[in-house]
Design a binder for this molecule. Structure first.
Ligand code: CP3
Length: 348
């Protein structure tokens, strides 16, 4: 895992404008802050939007234009793969994703169909092709998938969770069934990301958003081999961003699982986290999204603190530590992006 080989094209793209890199996965929940998105959602559900690749692609491109970020992330959702798995996926307004038939037993795991993403979610690959065309090389395009643990947690819990007790019950109560589920998800996720890369994604991000609920030893035993398998299956030369939240206790094991870039949330000091991760890896992060609720001065202050922690070291990708909060005015996201560009230009 070296940043010098695999992530070169990605990092080169960030240096093109001599700016810190501000990719846009922070666009998640764009729904609640960009008027263009709300207009589209008034006529299409989230799932229908994802299944209409020309619209998903247009939204991807438009968001880059509005926010001025240095990379695009394809408009999709990590749970799109739950539908072909036959567990019954819907999105409940105000609550998030809901799985009708959660996977809780070894029988449930065995019943999961073998899914080929090329047949099951062709619209994602089409959206990537269209978005690439629309971006015309202006900024790189990032594909993404849920990490195996985060995917498993939604399938087992049936929706969002605080303590992940059903997930941990399966993990501890029937480790064989757990590993079988994680293996299935790892293979599926690797195929899905390979498909996205083949369709033109310049980099991919693995969102293992909820691993922070795990003890490091449990991550090592129950998650790491599967995540490593996903990342190792991907073609060399395409940067992989490996992201989680609440990972202060997990940075070393996360790095062991792989990724050219480790995504950090705001609960860690970026400089300290980078020291722990070592030289061979780039970092992405890590402004607290809540800072965007404050005014322009506080936003500039927050951006400066993150850039100071990164100290101009090559391989820092500026980002929020997690998704944009629903109540954030979109103009504040633009203020953040402008501040990053201005301050990182001054630094050089
Ligand atoms: O432009 C973009 O917004 C990027 C596309 C994107 C979405 N989801 C679309 C979406 C991305 C990168 C995601 C990732 C995702 N989805 C993650 C990993 C990142 C993270 O935040 O940890 C997770 C855990 C999910 C699952 C998910 N999807 C949840 C929990 C929810 C509901 C809560 C919420 O944030 O709204 C969704 C719905 C969702 N996915 C929306 C969008 C734009 C909101 C839909 C709407 O309200 O119109």
């Amino acid at each position: 895992m070296t940043v010098t080989t695999a992530s070169l094209p990605f990092l080169r793209a960030c240096r093109r404008e001599r700016t810190a890199f501000t990719p846009v996965w922070a666009m998640r929940q764009i729904g609640r802050y960009l008027p263009e998105y709300r207009a589209i959602r008034a006529r299409l559900s989230l799932l229908d939007l994802c299944k209409t690749p020309d619209v998903a692609a247009e939204l991807t491109v438009r968001t880059v234009e509005v926010l001025g970020v240095d990379a695009a992330i394809i408009f999709a959702d990590i749970l799109l793969l739950a539908e072909p798995l036959g567990v019954g996926l819907s999105y409940v307004a105000g609550e998030g994703p809901a799985i009708e038939r959660p996977v809780r037993t070894r029988e449930d795991v065995r019943r999961l169909p073998d899914v080929d993403p090329r047949d099951a979610v062709p619209f994602v690959f089409d959206a990537i092709r269209f978005a690439r065309r629309g971006l015309a090389g202006r900024v790189p395009l990032i594909g993404f998938a849920g990490g195996p643990f985060t995917m498993a947690s939604y399938l087992v819990e049936g929706g969002p969770s605080r303590a992940f007790l059903q997930t941990k019950r399966l993990m501890r109560g029937d480790p064989e069934a757990w590993h079988a589920l994680m293996e299935r998800l790892a293979v599926l996720t690797a195929r899905y990301l390979e498909g996205q890369i083949a369709a033109g994604a310049d980099a991919v991000q693995l969102f293992d958003s909820w691993i922070g609920c795990l003890a490091p030893a449990d991550y090592r035993e129950f998650v790491l081999p599967h995540t490593r398998r996903v990342i190792a299956a991907l073609p060399p030369g395409v940067p992989v961003i490996h992201f989680g939240t609440g990972t202060a206790g997990l940075l070393e094991v996360m790095r062991d699982a792989g990724g050219d870039v480790i995504g950090l949330d705001w609960r860690v000091d970026l400089a300290q986290a980078w020291r722990r991760l070592g030289d061979g890896v780039a970092v992405q992060g890590n402004l607290d999204p809540a800072v965007l609720l404050a005014g322009p001065e506080e936003i500039r202050h927050g951006v400066r603190a993150v850039l100071d922690a990164a100290a101009g070291r090559p391989g820092h990708i500026f980002n929020l530590g997690h998704g944009v909060l629903p109540e954030t005015p979109w103009q504040h996201v633009v203020a953040m992006v402008d501040a990053v560009h201005e301050m990182s230009r001054h630094r050089e």
